[in-house]
Design a binder for this molecule. Structure first.
Ligand code: GUN
Length: 289
């Protein structure tokens, strides 16, 4: 039997950064991204640090706006409207989760769809569903890019996505449909899903439960995408799939994305590409590029 591959994002990221750097150089001005952080969630701090570092590597200027945990809805709404109107940024990212007293959905929808580089607004999600051009959310976009990089076919495949969120499961299902896959979405109320893994060619897990799946849960010749970033009892980063079982899965000709160095990294690449595309689109529309 053939051996499966570890779908390490690092070679993809290296190549992508070179490509994005060139695209930034070809733009008439340097793209700018506003990153809004509300409160002090430590995971958000880590994600934002990584986004800032990668922005700087490709030549995008990031600006972090760090707001108090206690900011009110109206004040944040006003700020977002001001950023929408400002010429001094090209993309706006509202880091989630927000503190509990703030309505996340309503605030995300205050961002202008043209600057919504996360692709989270109802307008961009709707465009993806109806196959119009819009901004595609970063985790789904990054996953499909990584599969393409490793030349893993999507058309005609049976895909299982264990996540139904607006930022992962639902947009990812749309992207896979667009690429002619047959998609099933599973969630916490789905019956016996663990016993049915064998029916699928591609399985995406974004449950957020450290090491909850082992090699025994999967069949042969599957591609397994682990989206979750969890921390085990020793504080070590891990996904939903037990790392010590990667070798066994690959012996069964399964491909697997590692945690770390998997989907987390491709998500950031998709964000940078979304920011660059906002500027490219503006200049193309005006006939300059
Ligand atoms: N929180 C966790 N992942 C993300 C992301 O991709 N974008 C935003 N805005 N918040 C997040």
């Amino acid at each position: 039997m053939n051996k499966g591959k570890l779908l390490d994002a690092r070679p993809y990221v290296e190549k992508k950064i070179l490509e994005l750097k060139e695209r930034v150089k070809a733009l008439p001005y340097i793209p700018k991204l506003i990153i809004i952080r509300v409160g002090n969630d430590p995971a958000s701090e880590r994600y934002i640090r990584n986004k800032v570092k990668k922005c700087e590597e490709v030549g995008i200027i990031p600006r972090i706006v760090h707001l108090s945990e206690n900011i009110g809805y109206e004040e944040l709404e006003r700020l977002l409207h001001n950023f929408n109107k400002s010429k001094f940024n090209d993309g706006i990212l509202l880091q989630l989760p927000l503190p509990k007293h703030l309505d996340e959905r309503k605030l995300v929808n205050c961002i202008s769809p043209e600057k919504d580089v996360d692709g989270f607004t109802d307008e961009n999600l709707g465009k993806l569903m109806s196959r119009q051009d819009g901004i595609v959310s970063c985790t789904p976009r990054g996953i499909v890019e990584l599969l393409d990089y490793y030349e893993i076919p999507i058309a005609g495949k049976d895909v299982l996505i264990i996540n139904r969120s607006n930022i992962v499961g639902k947009p990812l299902a749309q992207l896979f449909l667009k690429r002619d896959a047959t998609v099933t979405i599973a969630h916490s109320k789905t019956k016996n899903i663990r016993n049915r893994f064998g029916e699928y060619d591609i399985i995406v897990t974004a449950i957020g439960n450290a090491n909850c799946f082992t090699a025994d849960d999967f069949g042969a010749n599957q591609t397994i995408i682990d989206v979750s970033i969890n921390f085990d009892e020793n504080g070590k980063m891990c996904g939903d799939i037990k790392k010590s079982d990667y070798e066994e899965l690959m012996e069964w000709d399964c491909n697997i994305t590692p945690v770390p160095f998997g989907v987390g990294q491709t998500t950031v690449m998709a964000l940078l590409e979304n920011v660059i595309e906002v500027v490219e689109k503006r200049y193309k529309d005006w006939g300059y590029l």
